[in-house]
Design a protein around this ligand. Structure first.
Ligand code: GUN
Ligand code: ZN
Length: 433
């Protein structure tokens, strides 16, 4: 989108270079105390110290100056349900009951294109307010729901990855009927949207319970037909879910093995939750380079369990961090990181602030295969940015009086921060708020 626009965004610039190896790993990131990100035609043209970059810019260049604030790559949310903006905060149920009682009820409303369009706009507004610049979204079973989201994202210049939920059993007729030709509908949507501007498609079999083997097989074939599309589903979230999958697919050794049999695992496969994987499933995840998506607020809220981060990381499984709204309780990746920290604490593990911010940005981009394009601030990548204020609330400002370094500041941001800490969000070099 070469529109000739040039903008300099000035502040304390922070971007990750690789996964931090623990607290104090200052080699894992680049930090510029008074830095400038120069955005041209939606991409980062240059990043460096203000003293070096500003003198070379034409006098008329717009400079957005955020003294004392942190400029980071926009957050990436690799697992979120856009038809669940009015499911979030639904009381008192665990996964299967929660799906039937609340989720499937709301999702049926997306057969109405006007409703889908309204919610898509709300959803994208809310992501921007929270500093999230790319998300991987489940749509409802209605192709019109994906159409509404991609259309709204394209108009805003925001890069979304999404797919319409593929399901053909164990759901209400209102969701199974539009999904009857779910594979054909997905293929049409891939042709219309995958690689169109910044949009990408994710083939989305909801989970093994809501598809027959035949449909999962067709979803696997679709992935082979379009090798650059992504795949998203749910895996090993809840004990009753796992028992149901065992009953539905008695010939398979495990829940993960079901997906493997149908060609649904691989380096572009995002497997939501992965809380109760056994050793053979961990090996399958590792060997296929599939991504385990950690959804802490959802796992706590629906009472699903504690994601064993250290075990999966040590086994060599790729990991991403996501909100999973509306099972998740916040659109904020900062709130999500805070809950991730607590989930690890309950298991005698830690999540250093550096690791959390790397996950929300660079590592989540890498999990989507989009490193180089998003997730870091580097020439050639999209200028998708978030500007963060660690003094956004009186309590945060008060705490910040005694922080001694960048890592402590980041930990305050992730522990106490939310949308109030987001001063601005840039999508392709343009302010979104
Ligand atoms: N498993 C199948 N569908 C869903 C969903 O919408 N949310 C969550 N958390 N788990 C699921
Ligand atoms: Zn989910």
């Amino acid at each position: 989108m070469p529109d000739g626009s040039v903008r300099a965004i000035r502040g304390r610039v922070l971007t990750f270079l690789r996964a931090p190896r623990g607290v104090g790993d200052t080699e894992s990131y680049r930090y510029i105390d008074d830095g400038v990100v120069l955005a041209r035609d939606g991409r980062t043209a240059a990043v460096g110290p203000a003293a070096e970059l500003l003198p070379g810019l034409p006098a008329e260049t717009a400079v957005d100056h955020y003294p004392g604030e942190l400029i980071m790559p926009g957050f990436i949310d690799p697992h979120i349900h856009y038809p669940q903006t009015q499911v979030i905060a639904s009381y008192g149920a665990q996964l299967l009951e929660w799906l039937e009682k609340y989720t499937f009820v709301e999702e049926q409303k997306f057969g109405d294109p006007a409703h889908a369009a309204r919610i898509a706009e709300f959803f994208l507004d809310e992501l921007a307010r929270n500093g999230t610049t790319t998300a991987v979204a489940y749509c409802s079973a209605h192709p019109a729901s994906a159409e509404a989201l991609f259309g709204a994202a394209a108009r805003r210049g925001v890069g979304m990855i999404a797919g319409t939920a593929i399901m053909n059993r164990n759901g209400p007729p209102g969701l199974l009927e539009p999904a009857r030709d779910a594979i054909t509908a997905s293929r049409d949507l891939i042709r219309r949207w995958h690689g169109k501007g910044r949009q990408r498609y994710a083939v989305t079999p909801r989970f093994a319970i809501t598809s027959t083997g035949e449909q999962l097989e067709a979803a696997g074939a679709l992935l082979k037909e379009f090798p650059t599309v992504l795949m998203q589903t749910h895996l090993d979230e809840n004990h009753d879910e796992i028992a149901t999958v065992k009953r539905l697919f008695p010939e398979d050794a495990s829940y993960t093995a079901v997906y493997e049999r149908f060609g649904l695992l691989g380096p572009r496969s995002l497997m939501g939750h992965c809380i109760h994987l056994d050793e053979t499933e961990i090996a399958l995840m590792r060997d296929t380079k599939s991504v385990a998506v950690f959804c802490p607020t959802s796992n706590l809220f629906i009472g699903s369990g504690l994601f064993n981060y250290r075990k999966l990381a040590e086994a060599g499984v790729r990991i991403a961090l996501a909100t999973d709204v509306g099972g998740g309780t916040s659109y904020s990746m900062l709130r999500t990181a805070a809950e991730a920290y607590k989930v690890l604490q309950l298991q005698g593990q830690n999540l250093p602030a550096l690791a959390a911010f790397d996950l929300m940005t660079r590592a989540n981009a890498a999990a989507l295969g989009l490193d180089g394009e998003i997730g870091t601030i580097a020439p050639g990548g999209f200028a998708d940015l978030v500007v963060l204020d660690a003094r956004a609330t009186p309590a945060m400002a008060h705490r910040m009086e005694v922080t001694r370094d960048l890592e402590e500041e980041l930990f305050v941001l992730m522990t106490m921060g939310d949308d109030r800490a987001v001063r601005q969000t840039y999508i392709a070099g343009q302010p979104a708020l």
